[in-house]
Design a protein around this ligand. Structure first.
Ligand code: HXC
Length: 270
């Protein structure tokens, strides 16, 4: 179903649009837009962000999503002012992480286009995406330790899986900031690019993915993510079942036939 109402919603904290790609499906673009507080992620913003992501995920005209901020900040973390007076039970009742679980369940690939600060929840949001394109100026960090807490949206887990224990411990226990080059070398960032082209590069990558057969893209994403919480045995089993499943798609027959006939495939997304 292609329902565009999410593009017209009166969001207060994000800007939502879609871009056409040279071939294939469109890219859904979400820009975090609270520049006065370096895009601090308050609950209302997270609700809007997740609603927009899910709407793009449902839209058959969308192939991929990109989340970005502005030159100065992707997001400087969860909104500290919103949490400053909260106790444990209030945080438990707020259950803000239920929204983050919904990001993890998205079927289509999501790319973070990061410039400036990606700290705390901002770094965790970038890590919740499937790939990170970072401007040279980007600064990554998990400074929660300096507030008397620890990462709460997956930082201790996702960082460890992505860059290993040694660097994760240093990041989380010191709260230091790291350059995009350091995070690229560590394996967190897909590509580091000049400051003025980070969004363009992310959109280009999204466009390339949006030109691929949709069901194969989604199942590939699911299989890669599965590797985070499965043994090699069950992960291989999961991959194999999904590989077999793709042999029921029209795109599989078209893709292989086009190769044999030496022509470009025409994907149907079915
Ligand atoms: C609320 C924030 C904020 C945040 C910045 N601001 N970060 N407000 N929550 N996370 C606000 C400031 O209060 C200030 O508002 C304005 O944005 C500009 O920030 P400055 O500090 O003046 O800018 P600068 O001197 O350039 O310093 C940039 C900075 C610093 C180094 C990024 O702002 C900073 O340390 N921010 C907090 C980073 C952080 O600790 N993040 C983790 C949060 S905890 P005013 O009104 O004064 O102009 C977290 C837990 C995750 O994320 C849990 C899961 C979601």
């Amino acid at each position: 179903m292609s329902d565009k109402t999410h593009l017209e919603k009166p969001y207060k904290n994000i800007l939502v649009s879609e871009t056409e790609n040279p071939i294939g499906l469109k890219t859904g673009l979400i820009q975090i837009n609270r520049p006065e507080v370096l895009n601090a992620l308050n609950n209302e913003l997270m609700q809007e962000l997740v609603n927009a992501l899910e709407a793009f995920d449902r839209d058959i005209e969308t192939g991929c999503m990109v989340i970005t901020g502005n030159q100065k900040a992707f997001a400087a973390g969860a909104d500290i002012k919103e949490m400053a007076d909260a106790g444990s039970i209030e945080m438990l009742v707020r259950d803000q992480f239920a929204r983050w679980d919904r990001i993890r369940k998205l079927k289509k690939p999501v790319i973070a286009a990061v410039s400036g600060f990606a700290l705390g929840g901002g770094c965790e949001l970038a890590m919740s995406c499937d790939m990170i394109i970072a401007a040279e100026s980007a600064k990554f960090g998990q400074p929660e330790i300096n507030l008397g807490v620890i990462p709460g949206a997956g930082g201790t887990q996702r960082l460890t899986k992505a860059i290993g224990k040694a660097k994760t411990m240093e990041m989380i226990l010191t709260g230091r900031m790291y350059t995009s080059k350091e995070m690229f070398d560590a394996g967190l960032v897909t590509k580091v690019v000049d400051n003025d082209v980070y969004l363009e590069e992310a959109l280009e990558l999204a466009g390339e993915i949006s030109s691929k057969p949709t069901i194969a893209v989604q199942l590939a994403k699911e299989c890669v993510l599965k590797s985070f919480d499965s043994t090699i045995e069950s992960g291989l089993e999961f991959e194999r079942k999904n590989f077999y499943l793709l042999f029921s798609t029209e795109d599989k027959f078209e893709g292989m036939k086009a190769f044999v006939e030496k022509r470009k495939p025409e994907w149907k997304g079915k």
